[in-house]
Design a protein around this ligand. Structure first.
Ligand SMILES: [Zn+2]
Length: 272
C-alpha cells in the first residue's frame, strides 16, 4: 500500500512537468501550488500512518493547500526583492505543513536551515518532542552540497542563503552554461553575474522551491536513544533525514528539458 502511494506521489510530480510546459499564467501556477502541496501532504500523511479517518485526511489536505498558498506568497516576495522575508516565510510554511502532515500541532516545531543542515526547534506545543533543539542533515541535499563545495571559489552568506562565487564568466552545469545555479538550498553565481538582481531572485526562488519539496521527509536519529515513551526530551539531538519528495522531483527533472521543468517555468513566470 505504502509503495503504491509513494509511486502515486512520484507520478503526480511527473505530471506537474507534463502540464508545466503549457502553464503560463500566475493563476495556473497558484492552482498547482495549492492543489499540489495539499495532495502531497495528505498522501505523505497516509504513508506515515497518521490518518485515521476522513476528517484527518481533509485537515491535512486543507492545511497543505493553505501552505501551498503561503509558499507561493514566499516566492512572490522573493521575486519582488524581499528575499530574506520570502526565505523565512518558505521555512515557516514548510514547518507548519510538515507538522500537520506528521500529526502534530501546526506550530509544534519550527525549521530553519542552511544548505543540507537544518535546525528544528520545539515550541512546546508538541505532544512528545524528542529534543528541544535538533540539528538534522538531509541525505537528499548532501550530494548537492558537495557539488556546491566543489564548484565554489569563495563562499559567503547573502540574504541568509549560502552563496558560492565561481571565478569564471559562466558556470558549466554538466555541459549547460549558466550565470547562476541553485544546487539544493545553496546558490552558485558566476562572478560577472553577482550583481544581477533578477538572476539572484530567480535562483533564490529555486531555493524556496527546494524548501517546499523538502517539506516531506523520513527522519532518523544518528545515535540510539532511550525508547522510554515518558522520558523527558533532551536538550539537543543530532539526526539525519531523507527528503524523498525532493529527491523524486530531482530524478523526474533529469528526464526533462531544463526549460520545460516545472521549477523553471514557475521561477521564470514569477521573477523574469
Ligand atoms: Zn532557473
Amino acid at each position: 500500500m505504502r509503495f503504491f502511494l509513494v509511486l502515486f506521489v512520484f507520478v503526480m510530480i511527473s505530471h506537474v512537468n507534463v502540464r508545466s510546459a503549457k502553464a503560463q499564467s500566475r493563476s495556473e501556477i497558484a492552482c498547482f501550488n495549492i492543489v499540489g502541496t495539499g495532495l502531497v501532504s495528505a498522501f505523505a500523511s497516509v504513508i506515515l500512518g497518521k490518518i485515521d479517518n476522513a476528517k484527518d485526511f481533509l485537515k491535512v489536505l486543507g492545511v497543505g493547500a493553505a501552505g501551498g498558498l503561503t509558499f507561493l506568497t514566499a516566492k512572490t516576495l522573493i521575486a519582488e526583492g524581499q528575499v530574506e522575508a520570502g526565505v523565512a516565510l518558505s521555512f515557516l510554511s514548510s514547518s507548519v505543513v510538515e507538522n500537520v502532515t506528521i500529526g502534530e500541532h501546526p506550530l509544534s516545531f519550527l525549521r530553519y536551515g542552511v544548505g543540507p543542515l537544518e535546525l528544528r526547534i520545539s515550541t512546546g506545543l508538541s505532544r512528545r518532542p524528542r529534543s528541544h533543539i535538533a540539528l538534522e542533515a538531509d541525505l537528499a541535499e548532501v550530494p548537492l552540497f558537495l557539488y556546491f563545495l566543489h564548484k565554489a571559489d569563495r563562499i559567503q552568506f547573502r540574504d541568509g542563503i549560502l552563496t558560492g562565487i565561481v571565478d569564471d564568466s559562466t558556470i558549466d552545469v554538466f555541459g549547460f552554461k549558466a550565470g547562476g545555479v541553485s544546487p539544493g538550498r545553496t546558490v552558485l553565481l558566476a562572478r560577472p553575474s553577482f550583481g544581477d538582481q533578477q538572476l539572484w531572485r530567480h535562483e533564490v526562488i529555486h531555493v524556496s522551491q527546494d524548501i517546499q519539496f523538502g517539506t516531506w521527509l523520513v527522519r532518523a536519529r544518528l545515535f540510539k536513544q532511550s525508547s522510554k515513551t515518558n522520558s523527558r526530551p533532551k536538550k539537543f539531538t543530532f539526526g539525519y533525514r531523507f527528503g524523498w519528495v525532493l529527491l523524486s522531483r530531482i530524478m523526474v527533472d533529469e528526464a526533462w528539458n531544463h526549460a520545460d521543468r516545472w521549477v523553471e517555468v514557475e521561477a521564470r513566470t514569477l521573477a523574469d
